[in-house]
Design a protein around this ligand. Structure first.
Ligand code: AHM
Ligand code: MG
Length: 329
């Protein structure tokens, strides 16, 4: 059996000279373990409260609030986090403990993505990006660091599924850790993840087909018609939980799309805490991420909860998609 390397040991090895970042990433894993535990009891703690909505007008599960509280408590106690932009809050929240005020890091966080799936026992996730608040031209405006990728340090997600995993992307290195609850803590399980250059799985909400523009419809028809070129068409897979869909794409190859629709002209997914972190993770693993016309990681963040269309996955598939998406514009 190969050597057991814990998440902490990995962090100490790779971020030896950044103790604040190590502490911050440990606090994220602690919150994730707490969320995983609570999710495992969800059948006993009850379903979503009907009629509760979040600031985006989307239905809100009590686990959304629970997950956010756990993250904010862990980040605050870490004293390594200055502020958090959460999907659940209108504005960035500045942490108030005395040492947090000196802390260097700002996090963009989706505490529990895909929570509408919880009550039917489908995987959900948490998504985060970490920024150094001093790496901005406007240090007196901490939120300014989120405007571009200059101050970006790391991104990751937690997948709460058959097992709970953290996938962490540092520059050029994407690593997966699996929760070993019996022995407490996350253990390295997926070293140096590389996304296959191509694949045969496409992942999109096909129910929106008639609300997509012609370029997107073009590409989806291309995916359906691959039988002309291969023995069978591409496989369609859509969990409806971004972390699960991206995790599969990362490990098996493929493409994930959430394009603009007639109702959602900028798409559904948020740049700061959904598209950017996932784009960064997939690109560090060798894949690509685009809006269809622009690189996701080049997009400036104009408002905290800005949405963007996203096409993300294996390089060859994203390149083909970009060509077909733009063919009819
Ligand atoms: P949420 O942040 O409100 O949970 O919504 C995000 C989720 C993603 O996980 C997923 O990719 C998408 O919404 C699915 O949306 P749809 O049901 O429109 O296909
Ligand atoms: Mg979300």
């Amino acid at each position: 059996m190969s050597e057991r390397i814990t998440y902490q040991q990995f962090l100490y090895k790779h971020l030896r000279d950044q103790p604040g970042l190590t502490t911050l990433l440990e606090s994220i894993s602690n919150a994730a373990a707490g969320i995983a535990e609570e999710l495992s009891r969800i059948s006993f703690t009850g379903p979503a409260d009907p009629g509760t909505v979040n600031l985006h007008g989307e239905s809100r599960h009590h686990m959304d609030q629970y997950a956010e509280t756990l993250f904010l408590t862990a980040l605050s106690e870490s004293r390594a986090c200055f502020a958090v932009l959460s999907e659940e809050q209108t504005e960035m929240i500045q942490l108030t403990s005395a040492l947090s005020q000196e802390a260097a890091y700002i996090i963009a966080l989706d505490p529990l993505d895909g929570s509408s799936n919880i009550d039917v026992n489908i995987p959900v996730g948490s998504i985060f990006s970490i920024y150094d608040r001093f790496k901005t031209a406007s240090p007196s405006h901490p939120a300014a660091v989120l405007q571009d990728m200059d101050g970006h340090i790391a991104s990751g997600y937690v997948l709460y599924s058959t097992t709970t995993m953290i996938v962490l992307a540092l520059p050029g290195l994407v690593t997966g850790f699996t929760l070993d609850s019996a022995n407490g803590g996350f253990v390295l399980s997926h070293a140096n993840i590389r996304i296959p250059d191509t694949g045969n799985i496409y992942s999109v909400n096909d129910g929106n087909y008639h609300d997509f523009d012609r370029g997107t419809q073009n590409y989806i028809r291309f995916c359906r018609q691959q039988k002309e070129f291969y023995e069978r068409p591409f496989t369609a897979r859509y969990v409806g939980s971004m972390v699960a869909d991206i995790h599969r794409t990362l490990l098996k190859g493929g493409i994930f799309l959430y394009p603009a629709t007639m109702a959602l002209k900028e798409g559904k997914l948020r740049l700061a805490y959904e598209c950017r972190p996932m784009a960064y993770i997939v690109e560090q693993a060798g894949g690509r991420a685009s809006t269809g016309s622009k690189e996701i990681l080049d997009l400036p963040l104009r408002s905290p909860h800005q949405r963007v269309p996203v096409v993300i996955g294996s390089e060859e598939m994203v390149n083909t998609a970009k060509r077909l998406l733009n063919a009819c514009l």
